[in-house]
Write a protein of this length. Structure first.
Length: 283
């Protein structure tokens, strides 16, 4: 991946388009189903040349300029900021321990993904140990990956597998989400759609009226608390603590996002917290 200057200053004409920043295993397939059903051929998936070819805002802007009929774009590899004034962002956040289990399940089922062979051959504990130890195997996907995705961290190294998030990245991710009209919480999908509808409903009437759950890798629909308990049991105290430490920034981002979501999202104020224990804040 070629190094690029992150967070560019964009001088592009106003463009009304939804940009779905598809964080891996964060309900993105469900969102894409909504977008594809609503926009039809005016929705597109835009990725890099390889699974690790990160797309900066200028490349996404160039794609939109070359495809004026496109009104919604989904991308695993696109990174903020928005590519043009007037674009509307969509992103979902997830408890990182819950997410780690989902990543493991998915990789074990899809041999085309980096790390799939490890996930298919090993237990969850074996996969987590590999992901935390292996610098060149794609393990970054369960190490503060949401903070990495929502900050400039992806651009600091020639290859995203070598990227590590910092407290500064966490602050930038929070500032980014604070500046956006809405964001989603995977475990509060229906409430998230209502918040997106309040933010974008006049521009895209009816888009967020339905509810879908595609590509679910939690067939038992265990709660976040259940996933924490199960992970703790399977990993053991030492490895579980390593996973917590490796996601300390994601845990802090998620708890901040839950608090903001409860305050802002319609019908979400009374939702019960079922995520893991509080994590000390970074300063």
């Amino acid at each position: 991946m070629q190094l690029v200057r992150p967070w560019p200053t964009l001088r592009i004409r106003r463009r009304t388009a939804l940009i779905h920043y598809h964080i891996f295993k964060n309900a993105g397939t469900s969102v894409d189903s909504l977008l594809a059903g609503y926009f039809g051929s005016s929705w597109a998936a835009f990725e890099g040349a390889t699974p690790v070819d990160i797309v900066d805002a200028r490349r996404l802007a160039a794609y939109l300029a070359a495809h004026p009929d496109i009104r919604a774009v989904s991308s695993h590899l696109a990174r903020p900021p928005l590519p043009a004034r007037g674009c509307a962002p969509i992103v979902f956040l997830r408890d990182p321990i819950d997410r780690a289990r989902s990543v493991y399940r998915y990789l074990a089922q899809d041999p085309t993904q980096p790390g799939a062979g490890i996930a298919a051959a090993r237990s969850f504990a074996g996969f987590v140990a590999w992901a935390l130890d292996e610098p060149d195997g794609g393990g970054v996907v369960i190490r503060n990956y949401q903070v990495i995705h929502l900050s400039a961290a992806s651009f600091r190294t020639p290859h995203i597998w070598h990227t590590h998030a910092t407290a500064s990245d966490l602050r930038k991710a929070r500032a980014l989400l604070r500046s956006w009209p809405a964001f989603g919480i995977v475990r509060r999908f229906a409430d998230s759609l209502r918040w997106f509808d309040r933010a974008y409903g006049t521009r895209f009437p009816g888009l967020f009226a339905g509810e879908v759950h595609a590509n679910s890798t939690n067939p038992a629909f265990r709660s976040e608390r259940d996933e924490w308990d199960r992970a703790s049991d399977e990993l053991g105290p030492a490895l579980f603590q390593r996973l917590l430490d490796a996601n300390s920034l994601d845990l802090e981002l998620y708890q901040w996002a839950l608090s903001r979501f409860r305050a802002a999202a319609p019908a979400a104020a009374a939702m019960a917290p079922d995520h893991g224990p509080a994590i000390p804040a970074h300063h």
